[in-house]
Design a protein around this ligand. Sequence first.
Ligand SMILES: Nc1ncnc2c1ncn2[C@@H]1O[C@H](COP(=O)(O)OP(=O)(O)OP(=O)(O)O)[C@@H](O)[C@H]1O
Ligand SMILES: O=P(O)(O)OC[C@H]1O[C@](O)(CO)[C@@H](O)[C@@H]1O
Ligand SMILES: [Mg+2]
Length: 482
Amino acid sequence: MGSEGKTTPKIVRGEGGYVLVDVPHLIDDLPDLPTYPNPLQDNPAYSVVKQYFVDVNDTVAQKIVVHKSSPRGMLFRRAGPHQRVYFESDEVHACIVTCGGLCPGLNTAIGEIVCGLYGMYVVCKVLGIEVSGYRGFYSSNTTNLTQKSVNDIHKRGGTILCTSRGGHDTLKIVDSIEDRGINQVYIIGGDGTQKGASVIFEEIQRRGLKVAVASIPKMIDNDIVVIDQSFGFDTAVEEAQRAISAAHVEAESIENGIGVVKLMGRYSGFIATYATLASRDVDCCLIPGSPFRLEGKGELLEFIEKRLKENGHMVIVVAEGAGQDLTVESMRSVDHQDASGNKLLLDVGLWLSQKIKDHFTRNKKMHINLKYIDPTYMIRAIPRNASDNIYCTLLAHSAIHGAMAGYTGFTVGPVNGRHAYIPFHRITGVQNKVVVTETDRMWARLLSSTNQPSFLSSKDVQDAKKGATDAAVGRGEREAPK
Ligand SMILES: Nc1ncnc2c1ncn2[C@@H]1O[C@H](COP(=O)(O)OP(=O)(O)OP(=O)(O)O)[C@@H](O)[C@H]1O
Ligand SMILES: O=P(O)(O)OC[C@H]1O[C@](O)(CO)[C@@H](O)[C@@H]1O
Ligand SMILES: [Mg+2]
């Protein structure tokens, strides 16, 4: 596995607090590259739009709520088609790779890169890196992707290219890119994948190759900073509703029924938070950013007892990364990792269910009926919903326009609703989390909707505030405290 990217940030400063966090361009290292008119100007669908091309100086603001005296925040380069492109259509040899865990919408993203390259830029060489993920670069399994071969893949879950963890060997990957004559690399994957993409880009830059590296961020947990939301998240929240509904039906159909649902979210609790808010059937939601304890006054077990007495049933949603401090304590786990070096978490849902059962068996006050539902893989293996389908199309198009315009070493995504190109260093190494204190009001809405206690001690509040500050600094919304 390579190390994280170390590219020097490309910051452009101007008047009135203008700070553009720009992305690299092929001409940074290859200044004499020729340009060509964008073929879209002759495309019957696009040429009718008066202002279809973005202006080279268009930027997107990361911060849209500003105070009189606060910094204006950072800007990112606006994504979209440019008047001039740095590749001739028949020169392009693109490849697509998918890495990390599954996520609804992967196949749409693949299909739309293929169709966008063929349809908008009249490209005819697109290679799929198969079997799988990064290690697929140095195996012989590749497939030619055509509009016909990706025709209806958007209706399927998973990824037609397969995916994997681990196996990132930067030099071997870039050798393979060079040997195959690939000059546009489209990488779809999560935080680990983005780090991998960053080091691939740096090696390509070091070798002085005319190869654009564009990535599409895929985080089902939505734990990516800067961009508004990651693809597949909407679908995941929708699917999570079905599990929550089932838990609710089971719980309310039996005396003192408890439904426990575990949802994905290693470091963040976005799926759990949004699914809870959307369903309105949940009595208690537990996420990584909001610590809780089982025993003691005002703690979880006491709350469960209280809610059962009031309502006769209850539903608990727990994000997979919640309460890991407690599970580790009681399960005396060893620190296991997956092939990519991600920490393997203990099953908090199973652990919590057992703890609740033990508690009620022990104190004999109440007989409970607990049903544990773990829909985690079902949620990420399904096909994307309608809005994620359109979203993936836009992401794919933004990536293609950027690569054709010569930008490289970037990821794409909406920032306050407008698609932007974001350099890898801005999104790797820092995670987006549900902020339980301070400015983000979503968690407060959740507490008010479920009417659950916050379970936070004053130390937890302090830690959460520090976490919120660190996250805001990471997102570039605030300066680091002195
Ligand atoms: N620091 C790194 N440098 C180079 N490659 C990396 C790095 N971290 C991870 N990778 C590679 O990126 C690929 C995907 O990483 P990982 O398995 O962590 O999934 P991910 O992209 O984070 O997706 P998700 O978290 O959504 O499952 C793997 O092939 C892994 O080897
Ligand atoms: O079992 P796998 O494929 O390693 O993936 C599990 C992990 O992938 C994710 O879905 C995405 O990071 C996590 O929520 C989960 O812990
Ligand atoms: Mg990851």
